[in-house]
Every structure is written in structure tokens, then in C-alpha cells.
Ligand binder design. Sequence first.
Ligand code: ADP
Ligand code: ZN
Ligand code: ZN
Length: 742
Amino acid sequence: MTKSYARIIIDISHEKVDRTFDYRIPENLMQEISVGTRVLIPFGKGNTMRKGYVVGITSQASYDPDKIKEIGGIVTDGVSAESRLITLAWWLKEQYGSTMNQALKTVLPVKQKVKPKEKKIIRSLLNPEQLSSALKEAEKKNYKARVRLFSALLHNPVIPYEVAINQMNLSASAVKPLIEKGEICLESEEIYRNPIQIEGQEGKRLQLNKEQQMIVDCFTRDYSEGKRNTYLIHGITGSGKTEVYMELIQKVIEDDRQVIVLIPEIALTYQTVMRFYGRFGNRISIINSRLSAGERFDQFERAKNGDIDIMIGPRSALFTPFSRLGLILIDEEHEGAYKSETVPRYHAREVAGKRAQMEDASLVLGSATPSLEAYTRALRGEYQLFLLTERAKKNSSLADVSIVDLRQELKDGNKSIFSKKLQALMEDRLRKKEQVMLFINRRGYANFVSCRSCGEAIRCPHCDVTLTLHNNSRLVCHYCGHTIPMPSKCPSCSSPYIANFGVGTQKIELMTKKMFPQARILRMDMDTTKEKGGHEAILSAFSEHEADILIGTQMIVKGHDFPDVTLVGVLAADLSLNTPDYRSGERTFQLLTQAAGRAGRDAKPGDVIIQTYSPEHYSIVTAANQDYETFYKQEMAFRRLMKYPPASGLLTIQFSSRNEPVLTKTAAAAGAFAAALGEPEQVQMIGPVEASVYKINDIYRKILYLKQENYDILIKIRDQIDGFSENHPELFEQVLIQYDFS
Ligand code: ADP
Ligand code: ZN
Ligand code: ZN
């Protein structure tokens, strides 16, 4: 007679998921009711029957059992997409440690009473000749947005309005005069749904090469035999993974099932998006994180109603309420953006695996640099591994990569940020009118200000980090936004000798200008891409040859194909190695491999120069050799030695509080409690230690690490510590506790 109450939410609207109601499960329904089941329940004074969802089952009612009403029946109109998502939310809550409310908000879009926006398309009213001359005209007048639009319309007479706005950086005011001149028109969804496929060159199917065809054949065989596997495609950059994805999608939608494609936001560029539109036309919808809650809801409604078969988007697209899901695809599977940084801190790869299993769908992961997690599973046989070892485009080959030792450069008297070799190659490319990318593998700036007299760096008063110099005039905290004007003397010792150290993209731009005054330079970083579409605008300007050199952070290594880039310079490969994180070697390898993959995408051969102070580090050497296997072996050896994931499970528990003494006491008590638990289970515990940034926004943070191979044991410990915190309100009143599995 245990577990006889169901915890039910009445309606899945934003406000009401906050609260659940307990109902007794009648004996005869005991077998049929589980999390996700839709039930009928008497509600309110009049006991009107309402529909609700079971979100939990418990043996202890949260209020007087005598007053609890009984479930009236089960709603039997099939299993809805929503029930499945609610079951998934339950799993998220259990797995990652969150409230059911937080989990539900993650999987279900926010319902808002906004008028649904019409879906619009832009249609060209010009014939190809007229279009070409309109394009020339726009080029002459240097109307960049028009140039982008007209050249796109030359390939596809019809373009979704949302793509024009989001991916091509067009504004409504740029579109209007063209409508008035009768060159284009806007049409609404009704017409859009008519079977005018978006046609054009991009829509044509390529003849797959042997390696590509092998993957498609294997997948198709499994799929038609009803086998639903997880596949990992390890394919070098430019090996034709996207082409393979499109074939797989085709197979699945021909079977009348639906597909979710996850692509990191940064790679969701116009080029990528149009490839999918070119192939699948109006059966696609695309979401991105800039959509409002209401817009996202609309897109999800279209999915629920069966108006579309394919949803493309970043992490949150994973929760598209398709009812006949057949395939989930995750491109660039190794990307950090697939891990949620807010509670529940899930990883899209894991959740996709769970959803695919629940809905009898296949899962395909793809990457040029698979995560250690995915590759380890592939080697263990849990995933089926496919390789794409060659560039798909004829005549294109991998670039020549060389490593330059910056210590030697300094010994030879070269103090500039450009090694002699990089400098010479840049001159050569500028002369040949080919393009160059300079890459600094660190987000934002490493540009802090310190005093040459006392050595003190200027820090944020609220956070434990140095302030960053912007435009040589203001100091900004990248954690809390605190900003002050650049002081003229040291705040600690009043010495006038303060200056900025380290390198930032801005500073590199200045130095590049100085060294190559004739070159046209574009810079892409957090500052220059703040505005909506800023990222895309810079990439397309570069691809249209509005600059010779593009300088940027990791943002520049994704998404776009630049056929004329024949030189990539990595200015200081060490920057991403020296971060306090066990993944720094892996991240460095990924960034360098991807940066190297940018050169020589087309027929022209490419060079890559990696400048570094640690030329013998395995991450750098193996990336230069494009040798994933060797990298994997070395990195796994390190993870095994240190018991880091995926060699071991890692549970990170963070305690945070404004009150430092209380925090210290509470974290220590929880640590002692965990230590006492862990003994028989062989759990290794580290800490509590101060977080690498101890204070953010005046809140102090301490961390407890628990390592153990078996995740289930870690989950059990998490539950016990959670119980401990509930039983000791005196310790946890001012302390927030958060869990993170990796
Ligand atoms: P990836 O996703 O692995 O980076 P893509 O699918 O973008 O690779 O392919 C890289 C380039 O090669 C694209 O321009 C694509 O059109 C082209 N390509 C892909 N497959 C083939 C093929 N079988 N034959 C010719 N070109 C191909
Ligand atoms: Zn000083
Ligand atoms: Zn701050």
C-alpha cells in the first residue's frame, strides 16, 4: 500500500505549474498511473472534472489524507507530446537535482496570450536578369543589406522573412522601399504553406562519396529494421557531415516521423540555415535564443500541430513537442553550449539520449573533435562510430599547420605579437589579395590593468576578478557589469605607472593596423557583436571581401565557409590552456583543430600558424597534426590519473551565501556529512574549497567535489545531502546549495 498518492498539476500554463495537488490513486488504476499520465480529477468546490498531469507519485500526502480526493479516471486520447515531455521533466529533476517546477519550465514553452505572429516570406518579383542588375546597382551604391538580399534571392526566389531578419541582418526599414518599388513582396503563411518549394542550386542533392554513403546505408538499414541506435560521426571539418545529416533527415521524414536538429547558436548562420531550407523548404522551423517566449511558443505550436517536420535550433529545440519524433541530430556535439548553466544543469546529449529512448527515436551525434564522453562511449560500443576522413569537396585539402615557439622568437629579439613566419605569410596573402584570419582563443579580453610600482591589479569591489579595460577609457567587470573610468593613478599606492597587460582583440587590431597599414581589418568579439545580427553582419561582410583580415575570438571559427581564407594565425595558443578547468586541454585541442579547419576550404591551399609558449604540449602537437586518436589517448590517460570525467563521475556541489562565516560553517558541515557517507562506497572527496572565482556580486561560493565511477552512487549521495540540508534549516537558511554532474 505504498505510493498511493499522485502529485498533479492542473494545467500546463506558466503560472499554475508552480503548484501541485495531491490525489489518491484508486486501487483499480494503480497499475496504469505513472509520471506523465493524463488524468481527470475533481477540482474546486463544485468538483468539476478537470484534466491534469501526474508529475510525481508518493506514499506521503502533503496534507490530511482524509480530505484528499480521488482521481476520477484516465484521459485516454493517446499519449500526447506533452505527457512525454512531462515524464522527461521528471527525469531531469531526478537526474540533475532541481524542482519539478524548474524542470517543467525547461521542457514546456511558456504559454503567453500574445497574438500569434504571421509567418511571412519574401518573394522576388524580378526575373533573374532584373535581379542581377538590381544586385549590381546595390553593390555600386554599397547598400550592404540589399546586396545580401538580392544575391540570396538569385539562388532562392523565396526566403523566409525570419531568416532575412535574423540571419541576413536585414531590417524592416530596409525591406520597405523594395516593396514600394515592386521588387519584392511579403506574403503570409497561408501562401507560404502552398507547395512552392524553395528551390535553387542549394537544393540539389550531391552525389555522396563512399564514406558518406556508408553512413547513410547503415543508418537506413537499422532504421528500417526498427533498430534505434546512437551514432557518432567523427568527421574532419569539411568532410560532408551536414550533407549526411540531410540524407538521414530525408529518410526519417519519408517515414512520416519528425526530426530535431541541434546546432550551436554560433554556427546557426545564414549559410547553414539556407542549406536546410534549400533542401526541405517549408517543412522546417528554426528557433534561436533571441526569440521571445511568445515567438518560441508559436514555433512549438506549429510543431505540435504537425505543420512542420523539422525543428532546427540550439539547446532548447530539444524540447520541441513533436508527437512522432524519429531522429535527434546533434551537430558539434562537443560544444560547451549544450550544457545548461542554469538549474537544471543538464547536458543536451544526455537528455537527447533519454528522449530518443522514450520515443523510440534514433540519435546522431556529429563532430570533428568529439567530446571525450562521446568518444569513450563509442569505443565501448554504446554508440556506433562512423568516420569521415577526407574533405568532401574535390580539390580541397587540409591546410599545412606549423607551430611557432614564441620563446624562441623573443630570444631572437622579436617582441611583436607576430612571429617572423606569420608576418611573412600575412604579407604574402595581402599581396595576393587572399584573406587572413587571426584568432585569439580566449573569450573577450585578457586585458587587465595593473600597477608597475606595487604590482597590484585593479579588481572589482564586488567580485573576485580583475576589471577589464575597454576602449582605453573604462574598466568593466565581466561578471557583474560594475564599471569605473580608467584611473590615472594606482588606487593602492597612487603611483602614476599603471598600464594594461595581456592581449585583447582590440589591442591586436591596433597592432595589426600598425604592422599592416594598407590592410582592411574587421574585428569580431563580444563588443562588436552585441547588437542583434552583429555576428552575422561581420561574417557576411568578410565573406563579401569587405576586409582582408578578420580578427576574433572563438566566434570566428564556426559556421561560415570562406573560400578565400588561405591563412589562419593562432596568436597565443596557450591562452586557453591556462584556465583552471580540467577540460582546458580538450578545449584547446578543439579550438585549434577548428581554427585550422578554416584555412583552405576551397581549391586554394592553406597555411595555419600556431604561436605558443608550450610547443611540446600534446593538445597543441596533436591539433597541429590533426591527430584526434593520439590526443584522445593522452587526454584520457590524464583523466584516468586524476579521476576526472569521463574516467570517473564528478559531482560538484556549490554552496553560496552573502554571509562568509555562515558559508564556511555550512560547507564544512556538509563536507563532514558527505565524508561520513562516502566511506564504504569509495567516493573521493575534495573540499570544500573556494570556487575559482570566490566572490561574484558580493556572494561567496564554496565547492565540494565528489568523484566516483558510478553515477548512481553520486545521485544517491546528492539525495542524502539534499536530505541533510532539509533537516538542518539552521545551517542552510542563508546558504544556497546547487548540484552539477559532469
Ligand atoms: P561538414 O559539415 O563536415 O563541415 P559540409 O557538409 O558542410 O561538411 O561539406 C563541406 C563542403 O563540401 C560543402 O561545401 C558541401 O557542399 C561539400 N560537399 C559535401 N558533400 C559533398 C559531396 N559528396 N560531393 C561534393 N561536395 C560535397
Ligand atoms: Zn600601485
Ligand atoms: Zn564585479
